[in-house]
Design a protein around this ligand. Structure first.
Ligand code: NAP
Ligand code: ZN
Length: 352
């Protein structure tokens, strides 16, 4: 066991503050990573504030962070894919049972015995796992990803959650050239959704509540932008979408988007607001539309996504901050004021 620097929250209303945590010593299959950048996901905020208490209650102290990019410092004797000095990345999962049908299919995100990067029981040290708002982490090589060498590292970190969470459902629902795709909410997830849908060749329409983001949406790859508070603009797209990705973090009217789907169209929720959304069934019944959810993505698909980003030169648009600004960043997330992901420069932890 060794000590690592980290930022943690002591309770649902407490600010994040500097601390030290225990990390395990590397064993055979482990990779030790010096964390260089960690993205701030809105899920970190939901979890720190215990907004998902009915599904995933938060254990305190909580060290969030599951968009991790860094450099390998040490590897266990059985590690084959990484050596000290390599770039490496870790997303939302650090372990699973590896034997269930989901794991056998490379869909570890559905493993009933998975271990999340933070706030999951830690089978090595007891307590719960601690995430990437830290200077170091130890992860089994099976859950460590290779980072393409051509990508900006601060912008690569968010690919590990915002990237895979938007890439995976688009692949699942067949987003390709010729499809009309809507992205709801231009935040961290949404802006990655725009980039992927554009790169996959779809006609992309962004729905935003922030008129000030219109120009950015086009620059990111949108063909059209709709300010969702304008009913007439919404109506113009009625019954026309093959697929809509809803990446909104707060309560909103989902029926307004169901109405925009064509026959057999699908809307997938990746946004995870605290309160349940009201779903009007007739909106689904009349055009045999479907409503789904989707959690992150499996390890093989996460690597596929990173390779896709390497080939297409895709990273997140980030605002790099020192860890000391994390509480301010959370306050800005709540105001939809991020362009379009905060990425923490972990070198700033050295000053703690
Ligand atoms: P984010 O950066 O805060 O973006 C959320 C966006 O939603 C905002 O930028 C805003 O976009 C829109 N929005 C916010 N409040 C709204 C409201 N009241 N009505 C309508 N639109 C609103 O958050 P994020 O990190 O992208 O995460 C988005 C959601 O996905 C969170 O709930 C997060 O927990 C969840 N998530 C799920 C998964 C998964 O596996 N399914 C993975 C990661 C995150 P505009 O300004 O354009 O309107
Ligand atoms: Zn996330």
């Amino acid at each position: 066991m060794y000590k690592a620097k980290a930022y943690s929250a002591a309770g649902a209303t407490a600010p994040l503050a500097g601390t030290t945590i225990a990390r395990r010593d590397i064993a055979g299959h482990d990779v030790q990573i010096e964390i260089l950048f960690c993205g701030i996901c809105h899920s970190d905020l939901h979890q720190v504030r215990n907004e998902w208490k009915s599904v995933m209650p938060t254990v305190y102290p909580c060290v969030p962070g599951h968009e991790i990019v860094g450099r390998v410092t040490r590897v266990g004797s059985a590690v084959t894919g990484f050596k000290p000095g390599d770039l490496a990345a870790v997303g939302c999962m650090v372990d699973s049972d590896r034997t269930c049908p989901e794991c056998q299919s490379g869909l570890e995100q559905f493993c009933p015995n998975g271990t999340l990067t933070y706030n999951s029981p830690d089978k090595h040290l007891g307590g719960v796992t601690y995430g990437g708002y830290s200077d170091s982490i130890v992860v089994d090589q099976r859950f460590v990803l290779q980072v393409p060498g051509n990508l900006n590292l601060a912008g690569t970190a968010p690919l590990l959650c915002a990237g895979i969470t938007t890439y995976s459902p688009m692949r699942h629902w067949g987003v390709t050239k010729g499809k009309k795709v809507g992205i709801v909410g231009l935040g961290g997830l949404g802006h990655m959704g725009v980039k992927f849908a554009h790169a996959l060749g779809a006609h992309v329409v962004v729905f935003t509540t922030s008129p000030g983001k219109k120009e950015d949406a086009r620059r990111l790859g949108a063909d059209e932008v709709v300010v969702s508070r304008h009913a007439d603009e919404m109506q113009r797209h009625a019954g026309s979408f093959d697929f809509i990705l809803d990446a909104v973090s707060a309560d909103h009217d989902i029926n307004a988007y169901i109405q925009l789907l064509r026959r057999d169209g699908n809307i997938t929720l990746v946004g995870a607001p605290e309160k349940p959304l009201a779903v009007p069934v007739f909106g689904l019944i009349f055009k045999r539309r479907s409503l789904s959810g989707s959690p992150i993505g499996g390890i093989p698909e996460t690597q596929e996504m990173l390779n896709f980003c390497g080939e297409h030169n895709i990273t997140a648009d980030v605002e790099v901050i020192p860890i000391q600004k994390v509480n301010e960043a959370y306050a800005r997330l709540l105001k939809s004021d991020v362009k379009y992901r905060f990425s923490i420069d972990m070198a700033s932890l050295k000053a703690e």
